[in-house]
Design a protein around this ligand. Sequence first.
Ligand code: NOJ
Length: 720
Amino acid sequence: MQQLLSQMTQEEKIGQLCQVSGAEGYVPDHIRHAIQSGQVGSVINEVHKETINELQRIAIEESRLGIPLLVGRDVIHGFKTIFPIPLGQAASWNPEIIEQGAKVAAKEASMAGVNWTFAPMIDISRDPRWGRIAESLGEDPYLCAELGSAMVKGFQGDYLYGESIAACAKHFVGYGAAESGKDYCATNIPPNELRNVHMVPFKAASENKVATFMSSFSDIDGVPASGNKWLFDQVLRKDWQFEGFVVSDWESISQLTIHGLTENLKGAAWKAFDAGIDMEMVSTGYRDHLSELLQEHDEDDTRLNQMVERILTTKFQLGLFDQPTLECPGIFEQLPEAHLQAAKQAAVESCVLLQNRDDVLPLNKNLSKIAVIGPLADDGYEQLGTWIFDGEERHSQSILSAVQSSVSEQTQVEFHRAMNTSRSHEVQNMDALTESVSNADVAILVLGEEAILSGEAHCRAELGLPGCQEQLIEQLRQTDTQLVLVILAGRPLTLEPVLNNVDAVLYAWHPGSMGGPAVADLLFGDANPSGKLPVTFPRKVGQIPIYYSQKLSGKPVNEHNFVHIDDIPVRAAQTSLGMASNHLDVHFTPQFQFGFGLSYSQFSYQNLQLSTKQIDVDGTLVVSVDVHNTSNRTGVEVVQLYIHDRVASLTRPPKELKGFQRVSIGPGQTQTVTFNIDKRHLGFYIADGTYLCEPGIFSIGIGSSSNPELWNEFELIKTP
Ligand code: NOJ
């Protein structure tokens, strides 16, 4: 490495810091020349086998030092085999399924010559209006840290070699807190929340050796991330000792000028370099100005060398220097069955059963007639969701086709698209549709959002079912037929207007290539729902931000002091109202709480036991609970553990997730589930990054959602 570095000219070193955007399918002359003269360290968005092979050949054979390229691509929830959107995968609460998905994606992407992905996105997301919530792992730091680290492990394997690719923890930091859920907006995050919420999954990713970090587009307290020295130089490098390299987001260095932090691209390049951004994505501040800037700032090559070294180290770790050529084999035509089955299992575990009145689900496969309704029922493209650059509709199996192949030969399945798209304002053939539903034993309505309604820059101010879907449901409610609503969406939607009009709701997110068979297995009981919400579902947009770990106010609301607008007497005195922290026009609870999800089995919780009532900060508390499956079906329950540090020098949330376990329990069986709790779960960070564990009383809650069934308490002590 040092030998290679010592042979490099300053121009070649700066070249390693530059990422260029490839032209799809061919190598344009300007990129060919730039690679030949050592001015490119990485290409982004090139996936054609021949082009990637040619790009690497030029780098290896025609540049002076033959340094291979990092080939970056957004491989977010699958490459060819598309898994559920990350928010859906998070609903599995299953690190293994997430690791497996990333492993399959890495294998497929590496076959196409891609060696670096820009995932996982571990931005804490508490605003469903934000389109990128789809790409996130939800609202909770602990869950996001666990699942994000599993994704890193899946992409990177034990070594960055062979079928592994480098991962990227993005977007450091606070991108998900964009004001009003509008993409790229400024964020306002106090240090306490930055440290204890937004940074938590990133710290975990760094500890789990993620190869790279990406800076966020956001303005953080006046300094956009890509020029934020405190964030990268102090926190990431000095405090966390992160050894990989940092890439900017797409043109986020040149955007420092639009933010108003610098006058021009040259100033932006200096800010970014000084902050410690190792590689510039697409904009050309480093290429055009860095050499001159180093001279003007009287800066020797020390910091430049460190940046180059970090990038070259990743290339060495990926094994790019080990082969004389980097000919990639290209991706297979038919997706391997094992990949499809992994995607199906992920989709099964991602779906969340939100409502199941009178046990309408699971459905009988021998019904005489099933109506399948909706624009998303037979659309292999829309079910893939956002960020699927390389996924193809032809590999998808739709819900309609899976329903058709699940039912008995005698069952008639009648399909009506009903609306042209999910956003249409008109129902097609309403009369025929109503008749078809009236004559059916059950209607499966597959509604929600098309893929394009979530993702980057696709934010919404309203969160109801789009277009005329609510009216469609209302109309079909007029029939006597039971209605099962399957929702495909990239975010939590506000479902209050339709919940009374349907019998069951299965929330399938955008479930990916194998979404159809997964949903059908759940509808017909070949699989038992086990997904749990990784994010709170509001009743109304006006409740946002609403998340389970919201701090207590001095006047918390409860069933006794809550006053609804309809209950206020005319000319009531101001002080006669409850004077509690709530909106007048919506109940204070969410529609569905974080961690919630039904199963075809029922579970009861008993016997919450603590190994001791007092533990020392260096000790371990063993917490156990008996979970009893009271039903006659085997089911998987996600047992969740929450804590509350009751009094601290900085106020703490009344509930914080600190453990979860997925357990499969047979009918009538009881399983004892055990958690070990220690100081890693009991402390919090203060503004300078110091971790404090303060003695005092803690509550501990265990249950099937963020409204735990059982609570107990213990004392944390510090022996001198
Ligand atoms: C912009 C997005 O914010 C980022 O997440 C993505 O990886 C890059 N574009 C590259 O496509």
